[in-house]
Design a protein around this ligand. Structure first.
Ligand code: PLP
Length: 394
C-alpha cells in the first residue's frame, strides 16, 4: 500500500520555524508567564511580588473566600465535570439559577450561560445572521465578535471606531440589500477603555430595522448603578437589545452569557452551536459566578471603590499620552512595539505588572493598566510615580 504513495521529500511542517522568526522580527512574539497564588492586587510572578495592573478581576472577586467556598461546595455536591451538553445530560438546576440571577441583574426576560464569553459571541452572532444578512461591526471589536461574524457567512462591514456618522454611511450603502442586519460592538473597548455610543447606535438601529448586540465583557459588574453594564449606564434598558458578556472578568469565574428577550434566549438554545455542542459550564464555575452576583448586590461599595481608584490613577497619569477612556482600563500610547515592551519590562523590574499590548492585537502599541477595587491608594500612587519617571526618560 505504501508503494503506491508518491515519494515526498518536503517536511510539511518546515514552514513553522521561519513563520515564528517573522513574528519575532516584528516584535510580535508572545509567551506565557506563570502567576503563583490566588489572584489579587498583589501577585507573585517569577518569584517576586508585583502590584497587579494586568487583571480583569476588577472587583477583586476571583480570590474571594465566598466564591472559593461556593465552588468547593458545588464540586462536592455535583462533581467536577458537567459530563454532557445542557440539552442532553449536563443541565443542572444550578445553571438555571445562574441564568435567572443574570436576567435579574440585567432586568431582561431571560439569560443563557455559555462555557466562555468567546463562545457566547461566536454562537450568538452565527445563529442570528446568515449569508443573506449584514453585520455592521466597530473596527475595534473583540476578536470573538469578528470570528462570529465570519462564521455566520453574513456580509461583514466595519465602521469607523465609535463613529455614528460612519455607521450611518455604511447603513445607507449596504442596508437595503440585506435581509436582517445586526450592529455589533464592544460596550467597553477591551484594549482602549472607551465606550460605544450606545444611544446613537440604538437610534440608528431603530431607524434602519437593525438588531443590536453589545459585548459587555468589561462592563458587567462595573458600569451602571447596580453593575448591570452599559445599557444601565446609558439608561437604555427599555430598548430591545442583545447583551452578551462574560462571567470571567468582574464576576471572577469562567463562562459567558447572553441576556435579552425570552424569544431570543429560546432561539439560542435551539440554534447556537457553541452552546448546543459543548459541555455545560462546570458546577464550580456556575456556583462561583452565582456567588459573585450575590456579592455584587450586597456590596455596591466595591464598585464605588473601583471608580474612586480609577479616578485616582487618571490623576496620577495626567499629562502622559493617554488613550481616551471612561472605564477602569487606562492605556499609555507608545509609538513603537519595542518601546512598549521595554517599558513593560522596566515596570516589572520595579514591581509593577502592566502588559505591553501591540499589533496585531491593536493598531498602536501601548501599556495597558486595569484598576481593581482592591488596589490601595499607595499602590496606585506608586505606579503613577514610576510611570511618570519612566515615560519622562523615554
Ligand atoms: C474577554 C473578552 C471576551 C471573552 O470572554 P471570555 O469569557 O474570556 O471568553 C469577549 N469579549 C471581550 C470584549 C472581552 O474582553
Amino acid at each position: 500500500m505504501h508503494d503506491s504513495l508518491p515519494a515526498r521529500h518536503n517536511d510539511p511542517y518546515d514552514w513553522l520555524p521561519p513563520a515564528l522568526e517573522t513574528i519575532r522580527r516584528a516584535h510580535w512574539h508572545r509567551s506565557v508567564q506563570p502567576l503563583q497564588g490566588r489572584p489579587g492586587p498583589r501577585v507573585h510572578l517569577n518569584g517576586r511580588t508585583q502590584i497587579n495592573f494586568a487583571s480583569n478581576d476588577y472587583l477583586g472577586l476571583a480570590g474571594d473566600e465566598r466564591l472559593v467556598q461556593a465552588a468547593i461546595a458545588a464540586t462536592q455536591e455535583f462533581g467536577t465535570g458537567s459530563t454532557g451538553s445542557r440539552l442532553l445530560s449536563g443541565h443542572r438546576e444550578l445553571h438555571r439559577e445562574l441564568e435567572r440571577a443574570l436576567a435579574e441583574l440585567k432586568q431582561t426576560d431571560d439569560a443563557i450561560v455559555f462555557s466562555s464569553g468567546y463562545l457566547a459571541n461566536l454562537g450568538t452572532i452565527a445563529a442570528l445572521v446568515g449569508p443573506r444578512d449584514l453585520i455592521l461591526s466597530d473596527q475595534y471589536n473583540h476578536s470573538s465578535l469578528q470570528a462570529g461574524a465570519r462564521l455566520s457567512g453574513a456580509t461583514l462591514v466595519s465602521y469607523r471606531h465609535g463613529d455614528p456618522a460612519d455607521l450611518t454611511a455604511r447603513l445607507q450603502e449596504h442596508r437595503d440589500r440585506a435581509r436582517r442586519c445586526l450592529i455589533a460592538t464592544d460596550s467597553v473597548f477591551s484594549m482602549d477603555g472607551d465606550l460605544c455610543p450606545l444611544p446613537d447606535i440604538l437610534e440608528l438601529a431603530d431607524a434602519w430595522d437593525c438588531m443590536v448586540a453589545i459585548d459587555d465583557a468589561h462592563a458587567t459588574g462595573i458600569l451602571g448603578t447596580t453593575g448591570a453594564g452599559c445599557a444601565e449606564h446609558f439608561g437604555c434598558r427599555d430598548r430591545p437589545l442583545i447583551q452578551i458578556g462574560t462571567l470571567s472578568k468582574a464576576l471572577g469565574s469562567l463562562g459567558g452569557y447572553v441576556a435579552g428577550s425570552a424569544a431570543l434566549v429560546d432561539f439560542l438554545r435551539n440554534r447556537a452551536s457553541s452552546w448546543i455542542y459543548t459541555t455545560a459550564l462546570s458546577p464550580a464555575d456556575a456556583a462561583a459566578a452565582l456567588a459573585a452576583l450575590y456579592v455584587l448586590r450586597a456590596e455596591p461599595q466595591r464598585r464605588d471603590r473601583l471608580w474612586q481608584n480609577t479616578a485616582c490613577l487618571a490623576r496620577e497619569l495626567h499629562g502622559l499620552d493617554m488613550l481616551p477612556s471612561e472605564s477602569p482600563i487606562r492605556c499609555i500610547r507608545l509609538a513603537r512595539a519595542e518601546t512598549a515592551l521595554a517599558l513593560a519590562r522596566d515596570l516589572q523590574a520595579a514591581g509593577i505588572f502592566a502588559p505591553a499590548i501591540r499589533p496585531p492585537t491593536v493598531p498602536t502599541s501601548r501599556i495597558r493598566l486595569s484598576v481593581m477595587a482592591t488596589h490601595t491608594p499607595e499602590q496606585i500612587s506608586q505606579a503613577g510615580t514610576l510611570l511618570r519617571k519612566l515615560c519622562a526618560g523615554s
